[in-house]
Design a protein. Structure first.
Length: 319
């Protein structure tokens, strides 16, 4: 064979593992979270204490370049081995060689099943995209080469679950749905409120979100429980991280601090959101897909922050 599989915790594997996505994807397709992968490889990620990982890389013997990769993840008291971070050039023999090595390793270690794709954790990324590849990657959704489904199927993997992500169009302000209106009235009559949380209540709100997610997703395949503190750590974005928070927090502060009519309050919030969004052009992105741009993200505003500014401006103008 012209290819060899190497695995384990060493610099040669780490280098090939981190480099491969950049060789497979165009810039507008690139969703690799380099920082997360680096931390996982070096066991420095917030969630690393929950599992053990083994990275695999396939090397072309002639060019010494990586042509495929994946990561094997073990959880204590779980006889399933999870594979993820799968990337491969479009050659079946390479995928078969890689996954055969992975399967033998998992079996030798006492695992009874190989399941995936799960990128180390349910909380990092799972699932495989299988259609609509003409659309650019959407934040929060998996993205991969359109031939991965065939590669994995031909290697013997069988689909266990299907998921559908719905993207709804923006509705007009005069949109009316009788069913929605009735449900809305029912919840209001029960004492529910629909409102944005105040900045000072954010930690409390996230604790409640944590409890809700732990309950709702507990029966999902590959779901694993994590401590509340770890959930808070992986889900937080702070001012200065070049996110919507940089426009949202100033707007909330302005609402709290401004005295006057509702229009005056919302106008102050819009001004504060504009200033916050403008300031993101000087920041390095630290969250989302933009994080992969690093220093190159300086000079452009964060889209999320701009959206928040537009939202508050729209509300101020409507009053």
């Amino acid at each position: 064979m012209n290819y060899k599989v190497i695995y384990g915790k060493n610099d040669l594997v780490y280098t090939g593992f981190l480099a491969l996505p950049g060789k497979l994807y165009q810039k507008n397709e690139m969703t690799q979270d380099y920082d997360t992968e680096y931390k996982l490889l070096h066991e420095k990620h917030t969630l690393s204490k929950y599992f053990n990982i083994t990275p695999f890389v396939v090397i072309d013997k002639n060019s010494q370049m990586p042509v495929a990769r994946c990561m094997l993840t073990y959880y204590p008291e779980d006889d399933v081995a999870y594979f993820g971070f799968f990337e491969c050039i479009g050659q079946q023999e390479i995928a078969e060689q890689l996954l055969d090595t992975v399967s033998k390793k998992a079996k030798k270690d006492g695992k009874t099943k190989l399941s995936g794709p799960v990128d180390a954790s349910f909380w990092i990324k799972y699932r495989l995209k299988i259609n609509l590849f003409d659309r650019i990657p959407y934040t929060g959704e998996p993205y991969n080469k359109n031939y991965y489904y065939k590669l994995l199927s031909d290697c013997g993997f069988v689909v266990q679950n299907h998921y559908t992500s719905n993207i709804y169009p923006i509705i007009d302000m005069d949109y009316y749905n009788e069913k929605f209106e009735k449900r809305y009235e029912q919840f209001l009559n029960k004492g529910y409120e629909i409102k944005s949380p105040a900045k000072k209540n954010y930690p409390y709100i996230m604790e409640k979100v944590y409890e809700l997610i732990m309950d709702l997703y507990s029966d999902f395949p590959a779901f694993k429980y994590i401590e509340k503190e770890d959930f808070m750590d992986i889900s937080k974005a702070k001012p200065g991280d070049k996110t919507m928070v940089d426009a949202l927090y100033p707007a909330i502060d302005a609402i709290i601090e401004t005295q006057g009519s509702l229009k005056e309050i919302m106008t102050a919030a819009a001004v504060a959101a504009d200033a916050g969004a403008e300031q993101t052009s000087t920041m390095v992105a630290r969250f989302g897909r933009a994080k992969n741009m690093g220093e190159r993200s300086i000079g452009t505003k964060d889209p999320g922050a701009v959206s928040i500014a537009i939202l508050f401006n729209g509300m101020a103008q409507a009053l």
